[in-house]
Design a protein around this ligand. Structure first.
Ligand SMILES: NC(=O)c1ccc[n+]([C@@H]2O[C@H](COP(=O)([O-])OP(=O)(O)OC[C@H]3O[C@@H](n4cnc5c(N)ncnc54)[C@H](OP(=O)(O)O)[C@@H]3O)[C@@H](O)[C@H]2O)c1
Length: 341
């Protein structure tokens, strides 16, 4: 089978090569899917550079953490998934940009029937991350104000839609006119070009000086420091990504503005599985599988009611993966770029 592998750490067009590999065999509680579509995922850009902090496999390895496809083989305990159309986080978050990939049953969901392959591929990370952030962690309520950074992006565009569906007043930041217009199209009351200047004055003006109740930060760095000053009393600041540069992760916290702000600074990480075992082994908190099923059910309802939709900015053949990842890294994408074999 064909598989895109990272052979050396570099920008995607230098790091990746399409190679031939044997079909992977699923272990217990794992499935092998025939990949039909996979979205360009920002974490995979970082992985090409060797700076993705969550998982750091030795070279060479097959890239890709998120895929859609049909289950064609199942390990012990996973037999009931055979033949099903699924969306998946891949095993060890590797191999999604391959013709076949493995995935643990804790991190797969049935693809919504109403969605085509590319549309289904586009929903998993954006809508699960945004739903967990806004509802499980951030407890967003109708009538509250929500600010989403990088609002025209994959996760951002999902969060804007979920915020509107929840009855919040939604504000967004994004870079450039085209993205601002798209944020408005998704229901943002205010869309601010944070590349053109500070977003804080516009946010304070729109909230009569109060600041926002909930802020979803997918960017990090300077955007975070300014965001701390945009928070309302008792607000919830959700840190869910660092697309402004993974190095932004290492600048450390700025505790004084958090103290001054009287708000909650919260982390968000998407992973479902055996929460206690993971806590013991890695000292991190993942979420139980049951919660993932509830999130997917809520998303299915919102999809059926047409209150949310997958956003595909562009479709490409899988052979163009390096170009798709380069485009994502250079801030030129809206929603998701979905690749298909
Ligand atoms: N917490 C979790 O479990 C989890 C899971 C999945 C993804 N994530 C994170 O969520 C974030 C969004 O992921 P995504 O796949 O949906 O990507 P994306 O938002 O579609 O693309 C990244 C966007 O970030 C903005 N950005 C700001 N500074 C940038 C910079 N220096 N370089 C590149 N982009 C920059 C750009 O939008 P503008 O041009 O509008 O600024 C860009 O379009 C990423 O940080 C990702 O790691 C977190």
């Amino acid at each position: 089978m064909k598989s895109w592998q990272v052979l050396r750490y570099a920008r995607p067009s230098d790091a990746l090569e399409l190679v031939d590999l044997p079909s992977p065999e699923p272990g217990p509680n794992e499935v092998r899917l025939r990949v039909l579509a996979a979205p360009a995922n920002f974490n995979d850009v970082d992985a090409c550079h060797g700076r993705y902090a969550t998982v750091h496999p030795p070279l060479p390895y097959s890239l890709g953490m998120e895929a859609m496809g049909v289950v064609e083989a199942a390990g012990a305990g996973a037999e009931s998934w055979l033949g099903k159309r699924i969306i998946a986080t891949t095993a060890q978050v590797q191999g999604a940009y391959s013709e076949e990939a493995l995935a643990p049953t804790d991190m797969i969901f049935e693809a919504p029937e109403s969605l085509g392959d590319a549309e289904a591929a586009a929903i998993f990370f954006p809508f699960h991350v945004a739903y967990v952030a806004l509802h499980v962690r951030g407890a967003l309520r109708a009538g509250e104000t929500l600010l989403v950074h990088a609002g025209a992006g994959g996760v951002g565009s999902a969060a804007l839609q979920l915020g509107v569906a929840a009855g919040a007043r939604v504000f967004a930041t994004a870079g450039g006119e085209r993205k601002l217009a798209f944020c408005h199209e998704l229901g943002a009351e205010l869309a601010i070009d944070y590349r053109a200047g500070e977003f804080l004055p516009a946010v304070l003006e729109a909230t009569e000086g109060r600041g926002v109740d909930v802020l979803l930060d997918l960017v990090g760095g300077d955007v975070t420091e300014q965001g701390f000053r945009a928070m309302a009393f008792n607000g919830r600041y959700l840190q869910a990504g660092f697309s402004g540069g993974i190095e932004a992760e290492d600048t450390g916290l700025v505790p004084r503005p958090i103290l001054f702000g009287n708000f909650n600074y919260m982390g968000v990480m998407l992973a479902y599985g055996d929460a206690l075992a993971t806590k013991r082994a890695a000292h991190i908190n993942i979420m139980p599988r049951e919660l993932g099923l509830q999130v997917q059910e809520s998303l299915n309802l919102l999809l059926a009611e047409r209150r949310i939709r997958p956003i595909i900015g562009e479709r490409m053949p899988m052979e163009r993966l390096p170009a798709a990842l380069e485009q994502l890294a250079s801030r030129n994408t809206i929603g998701r770029v979905v690749l298909s074999w």
